[in-house]
Design a protein around this ligand. Structure first.
Ligand code: FMN
Length: 202
């Protein structure tokens, strides 16, 4: 009987933990504005509504940012195909790791940490902040890692322009605070951040 109760408790605990991850729906790769329209509308915005992104939009955004568009390669290039960048996603509900291969968000820490995602006031309003983490054990060099971040960032900019979302890439954040918050080992480092959300009606 005791063994049964222990087994049941573990099963319930496991179910609760798994339930906190977000399995993203299949991204819609057919929609959106033309590339030239998206380029015409690409810009930085620093004001966000509280309105959250649906799981469909979240799915499209993360796939566009750095998802797999071939068996083993992605929407953004990396020097020597090192694929050293990992994306962490800060939502109102918690901090998640974007598992690109499984196209899912794995919960890292529960709670609203959006304020810690940057030093500017608008960061806490953005429904999503994306942190670009580089693994120095994989990257060709630090310079290339920063270069690789630029491609992911521009993918996000173009997706947002296409979808009518606001976004701004940011170098302003407390690197040490985020290192601790994400519990990153010394070989992993936040290099860049990007806020995304709906902009207030004019
Ligand atoms: C590497 C990099 C870091 C940036 N860091 C910040 C930042 O910390 N905060 C911010 O508000 N904007 C930041 N920006 C956005 C720029 O200020 C913005 O791209 C520039 O003013 C041009 O505006 P546009 O993107 O609308 O063309 C950054 C841009 C880049 C490329």
């Amino acid at each position: 009987m005791n063994k049964f109760i222990i087994f049941l408790s573990f099963s319930l605990l496991a179910t609760t933990l798994i339930a906190q991850d977000i399995q993203l729906p299949t991204p819609d790769k057919k929609g959106g504005k033309t590339l030239m329209q998206a380029l015409s509308e690409r810009k930085s915005t620093r004001e966000f509504q509280e309105k959250e992104l649906s799981n469909n939009v979240l799915s499209n955004l993360l796939w566009a940012a750095n998802g797999f568009n071939r068996d083993d390669k992605r929407t953004a290039p990396t020097a020597n195909n090192k694929q050293e960048l990992e994306l962490y996603v800060v939502l109102k509900t918690g901090i998640y790791f974007y598992h690109a291969k499984k196209h899912k968000l794995a919960l890292v820490k529960k709670g609203d940490y959006r304020k810690s995602a940057g030093t500017q006031a608008y960061v806490a309003d953005a429904p999503i902040n994306i942190l670009f983490v580089s693994d120095s054990e994989k990257a060709s060099s630090k310079n290339y890692a920063y270069t690789d971040c630029g491609f992911v960032s521009q993918n996000i900019y173009l997706y947002c322009a296409s979808e009518g979302l606001g976004t701004v890439v940011r170098g302003s954040f407390n690197k040490e605070e985020l290192q601790e918050l994400l519990q990153l080992p010394p070989n992993k480092e936040v290099l860049l951040a990007q806020s995304v959300g709906y902009t207030p009606a004019p």
